[in-house]
Design a protein around this ligand. Structure first.
Ligand code: FAD
Length: 257
């Protein structure tokens, strides 16, 4: 015998219980693309309390589109090590070129990240930053449906020790900070430098090298790195997305002590 009200009650109570637990956390990651999910996995693995916020209905960002809707991703030998960590199957195409199914990759990234203890909330958009003592101290959120419908509804807030902008090409959190604070970013001009033309080799290296803090307590990983620090784009090769997520987790782990 299934009671409809009991089902509704179970959903509401379980969701609110989870949500309540993450009003304060060690790390908020904005964006559940490949970089954000990988960062969440490695941070949760260290025991950090991590929440990942995703504005879309489904996580994955640009991952499942593969290259031009061919749902395959390519990684090099360093990226392959991360595929192995997540238990993702792959084929060797040629020396240093490995191909994986984009959908299996997404499934494994989400599954392993949640299993390690990170919490993912989808359908929530980060629309502003919390700011205390000259540092970013959390995020301002609302239901994505509210912003899509352009409804005049006040947002709410989540607090954390560190915040990661893993929003991809738009680097949305850093853009908000730049818009409201001016030339304060830890870039050569203090501003967002903008993504450059495609160069796979240089772009991949650039992403990893420049995965770092961009303002006090605010970090970037994945494609947001290239947008913020002015690196080349690199097309549908995904090693640096995964490795950048891992690197930001390692940096924040140090800071969390
Ligand atoms: C137009 C376009 C160009 C591309 N060009 C390249 C390229 O040059 N090189 C390359 O490697 N790949 C490219 N890709 C493929 C792909 O986007 C990226 O490689 C990869 O998915 C980026 O990973 P990421 O984790 O950094 O960000 P994404 O996969 O983009 O994930 C970011 C996630 O953040 C979420 N998000 C964004 N803003 C918010 C917010 N305010 N609140 C909550 N969630 C938010 C998004 O919904 C998304 O799920 C491109 C994709 C597109 C659509």
């Amino acid at each position: 015998m299934l009671d409809e009200i009991k089902i509704t009650e179970a959903i509401i109570n379980s969701y609110l219980k989870d949500f309540n637990q993450y009003l304060e956390s060690d790390v908020i990651i904005c964006g559940a693309g490949p970089a954000g999910l990988t960062a969440g996995y490695y941070l949760a693995k260290t025991g950090a309390k991590v929440v990942i916020l995703e504005k879309n209905l489904r996580p994955g960002g640009g991952l499942t589109g593969g290259g031009m809707m061919f749902n395959k991703i390519v990684v090099d030998k360093e990226g392959k090590n991360i595929l192995e960590e997540f238990g993702i199957s792959y084929e060797k195409y040629e020396e240093n070129y490995y191909v994986a199914c984009a959908l299996e990759t997404l499934g494994a990234l989400v599954y392993q990240t949640v299993k390690k203890g990170a919490k993912i909330f989808n359908l929530i958009t980060v629309e502003d930053l919390l700011f205390h003592n000259e540092k970013v101290s959390g995020v301002v959120i609302n239901w994505t449906a509210v912003s899509l419908a352009n409804l005049h509804i006040d947002p709410m807030t989540l607090r954390s020790k560190f915040i990661v902008d893993a929003t991809g090409h738009n680097c949305e959190l850093v853009r908000i900070l730049e818009k409201k604070m001016g030339n304060v970013l830890f870039t050569p001009t203090g501003k967002i430098l903008g993504e450059k033309l495609m160069n796979a080799e240089k772009g991949e290296k650039f992403t990893i090298e420049n995965t770092k803090e961009v303002y006090f307590n605010l970090f970037v990983c994945g494609m947001a790195v290239n947008a913020v620090f002015g690196g080349p784009r690199m097309g549908p090769v995904f090693s640096s997305m995964l490795l950048s997520g891992k690197k930001v987790a390692e940096i924040i782990k140090e800071r969390l002590g």
